[in-house]
Design a protein around this ligand. Structure first.
Ligand code: FE2
Ligand code: FE2
Length: 280
């Protein structure tokens, strides 16, 4: 198991003036030396110009993993595919299920799913591979499959719905996938939006890989929209992990980002657009 370098190609925030653009969304490049994986594609397609500024050639990406079918993780995929050409794309078979966001009382629910049809994406080179079960992508690198949801305090976001027979019902976002990388020093967990619950994902990772030490958690935690009770209990859980690296971004929200920074000063690393994280 070799080195891993993670580059945040785009997310909600950007730092020093450099020409990089932020957007509401998430896209990360995982570089294993001999293999390059694009994990999510953001919303607008800014991953392409950002990668150029950061010195990465996205035409060298070997495969794409989509964490789930929300627009802010898949909207940039069409532009990426036009740029890159034919490439394998791994996702859960429910990727294209109708994800909606609840609006204020009296307003229509808003479609927040993949903004393209499967055939449109295939026409510019997407070769979809559907996986709802655990999959070893390469030695030590696992695609989670559907996450077991056993935590007693993690709740689904009730603003996320699906439409069944014209009625809005809770969207459980079964298509939520994460990546687990097993290293000699423990697990590195890469999240999209963590809709399954951060604790559920970490416990699932430990169970399926057999690795009890968690070294790093990177990506969208969805703690921003969580209840204060869930936020507090998640912080308590994280305290017990003794992480080397806690690098939240995207749907973590500024409030929770600052709480995590205060609570975990040595592990904390705000994973904003352009940031790189290196792991031996
Ligand atoms: Fe998201
Ligand atoms: Fe999401």
């Amino acid at each position: 198991m070799g080195k891993l370098k993670i580059t945040i190609l785009v997310e909600n925030t950007v730092g020093i003036p450099s020409g990089l653009l932020a957007e509401w969304g998430l896209s990360m490049l995982l570089d294993f030396g001999d293999e390059r994986i694009l994990f999510d594609a953001g919303e607008q397609g800014n991953l392409i110009s950002n990668a150029q500024i950061l010195g990465h050639d996205l035409r060298l990406i070997d495969r794409v993993i989509l964490s789930h079918g929300h627009y802010d993780h898949t909207g940039g995929l069409y532009k990426f595919l036009q740029y890159r050409g034919t490439i394998p794309v791994y996702a859960h078979p429910d990727l294209f299920t109708g994800h909606y966001g609840r609006r204020l009382e009296g307003q229509e629910d808003r479609y927040i799913g993949v903004p393209y049809r499967q055939k449109q994406l295939e026409s510019v080179g997407a070769k979809f591979h559907w996986h709802s079960e655990l999959l070893e992508l390469s030695p030590g690198l696992w695609l989670s499959g559907e996450i077991l949801r056993e935590s007693l305090f993690e709740r689904l976001d009730d603003r996320l719905v699906q439409l069944e027979g014209g009625n809005a019902v809770q969207d459980s976002i079964k298509d939520d996938l994460s990546l687990f990388y097993v290293t000699d020093q423990g697990l590195i967990i890469v999240l999209g939006c963590a809709h399954s619950g951060l604790v559920n994902i970490v416990e699932h990772a430990k169970k399926v890989t057999g690795e009890s030490k968690v070294r790093a958690i990177i990506g969208g935690t969805h703690l921003g929209p969580a209840t204060s009770e869930q936020q507090q209990q998640t912080m308590d859980y994280l305290r017990g992990l003794n992480l080397e690296c806690l690098a939240p971004n995207h749907c973590t929200g500024l409030d929770m980002v600052s709480k995590l920074a205060t609570e975990f000063p040595s592990a904390f690393n705000w994973a904003i657009t352009g940031k790189t994280l290196d792991f031996d």
